[in-house]
Ligand binder design. Structure first.
Ligand code: GAP
Length: 497
């Protein structure tokens, strides 16, 4: 069984995630987070808030999902946000033309046949013809390829003015920017970010959380004066080492070196790459299995002066989990043109108005979540006869469990008191029934790093045991110390005694 298949099974049985609307057969590309997954997803988002917003002094917004057509005409999504689709003449199945060819040529003919698509529909039709590619479902003949816009269309109000579910959260930030700028100091640089749902009507959604039709993005737009390509805190990041892949070659480089060698567009980009590297490590992704891929010119979007993706190795192969783009003044310039409003800002140092440039960090929460599950799953061993998750305490769904050794003799009541003490500060996993060994196993299975057990000594001397998930060892601490102890352990990332 492939690792992603096992993760899917565990996700279902341990309530991490599940297909949406299951009784009705679940449309592809839609997933719900269960109670355990939702807790962990929120922790990932909060860690992002702390590292990318609070630490940097940036602003968080929440903008509308339904977006009028003109906004997406300005951004280029209405015209360009499309994938090539081919339809089977027999069973009417629709598949993505470029991926179908890529997969077929890799499988049947080897990568030397150069399966990368050049963006032309004719090429897809020719390769399908030349290689005898048929419908993957029924082996029927495929009709010529056509472009299919990935946005979900809707209508606003009685007149049904055309609108779409946003394909990225970024556009709402760009359209809110002029007012935010005036209200919040009217000075560049300025960072604005949001977490929210984005929607893409993928032709062939697959690979679980990797290619979804509704997914969560955490996007940060950093507005700056193009004359100032430095980052105020760059010195903090200059020596940080990260792995880059440039022209297919992987090398370790410091942030300063990446700027010097023009691998990163500027200090701003290198600074954020260093933050992303730290963020991923803190969240439990192995740094030996992640790297920044510098996109070659032909892959850089039309609005960008340079793109670098974070890629993570998973059992599906490498997946792009973060897109970094130097978006220049493309978006604000386009919105100024389409809205016929002046979206420039006054820069005191220059004594003139400019359209700010933008550097964007666009992260997908779901792909990151899935990567963490894969990287943190631990096999059964002689000591632990169950598969468990080695989540860093900071993002574990429940950071702490509380168990009474027995339900009787006042132990459950005392354990409830301990739970009450902790509940203000942490989400607490609480279980009374069954053997204590089984309850430890259950806590391990959802990656809970610390379990506090109330026993007969607790009633006598006000102490309890704290058990560490990774080595199963225990120490005795006072109930009055347990909040501080858990807090300190989480901050340290301590998972063994
Ligand atoms: N604003 C720029 C933007 O949206 P993107 O590379 O299209 O850039 C950014 O998306 C991130 O969003 C990706 O790196 C990925 O993590 C996530 N993402 C994109 N499409 C996705 C999908 N269909 N399912 C799950 N996550 C997706």
């Amino acid at each position: 069984m492939e690792l992603h298949e096992r993760i899917f099974e565990l996700a279902l049985t341990r309530s991490f995630f599940l297909p949406s609307n299951e009784p009705y057969g679940s449309a592809g590309g839609f997933y719900d987070y269960g109670p355990i997954g939702k807790l962990m997803k929120s922790r990932i988002e909060n860690l992002w808030r702390r590292m990318f917003l609070r630490d940097e002094g940036f602003l968080e917004v929440e903008t509308s999902i339904v977006t009028p057509e003109i906004v997406l005409q300005a951004s280029g999504h209405a015209a360009n946000f499309a994938d090539p689709v081919v339809e089977c003449r027999v069973c009417k199945a629709r598949v993505r033309g470029d991926t179908l060819i890529e997969e077929r040529l890799k499988e049947g003919f080897g990568e030397s046949h150069g399966a990368k698509w050049d963006g032309k529909l004719d090429t897809i039709d020719r390769l399908i013809r030349e290689n005898g590619i048929m419908c993957p479902k029924c082996k029927g003949e495929l009709a010529p390829a056509a472009m299919f816009n990935l946005m979900f269309k809707t209508g606003i109000g009685g007149e049904q003015a055309a609108a779409f579910a946003r394909p990225e959260t970024a556009q709402g930030i760009f359209t809110a920017f002029p007012r935010l700028f005036r209200n919040h100091g009217a000075k560049l640089p300025m960072g604005v970010a949001q977490i929210g749902k984005s929607f893409r009507n993928e032709i062939s959604p697959r690979k679980g959380l990797v290619r979804m039709r509704e997914f969560t993005q955490m996007e940060l737009e950093y507005f700056f004066d193009p004359a100032e390509q430095g980052y105020p805190d760059f010195a903090k990041a200059a020596d940080a080492k990260m792995r880059f892949q440039v022209n297919g070659k992987t090398e370790v480089m410091s942030a300063a070196h990446a700027v010097k060698e023009k691998v990163a567009s500027n200090e701003i980009m290198a600074y954020f790459l260093h933050k992303e590297w730290e963020f991923y490590r803190k969240a439990g992704i192995r740094d030996t299995e992640m790297y920044f891929r510098v996109l070659p010119k032909e892959e850089v979007p039309h609005y960008s002066k340079g793109n670098i993706d974070m890629e993570v190795q998973t059992s599906y192969g490498r997946i792009e989990t973060i897109g970094n783009a130097y978006r220049t003044d493309f978006d604000l310039g386009a919105h100024a043109k389409f809205s016929k409003k002046d979206l420039s800002v006054f820069v005191e140092a220059r004594k003139e108005r400019i359209i700010p440039h933008v550097f964007e960090v666009s992260m997908g929460v779901d792909r990151m979540f899935f990567s963490i599950l894969e990287h943190c799953l631990r096999e059964k061993t002689a000591d632990k006869e169950w598969e468990w998750f080695d989540f860093p305490p900071m993002i574990a769904p429940y950071p702490v469990a509380v168990f009474p050794l027995m339900k009787k003799d006042g132990l459950a009541e005392k354990a409830q008191d301990v739970r009450g003490l902790l509940r203000d500060r942490f989400d607490v996993y609480y279980q009374e029934g069954g053997s204590i060994g089984k309850r430890y196993a259950k806590a391990d299975e959802i990656g809970c790093p610390y379990a506090l057990t109330v026993d007969y000594d607790t009633l006598k001397d006000g102490t309890l045991t704290i058990r560490y998930r990774n080595d199963g060892k225990q120490e005795r601490i006072k109930i009055t110390d347990c909040v501080a102890k858990i807090e300190a352990n989480i901050a340290e990332g301590k998972v063994t005694l």
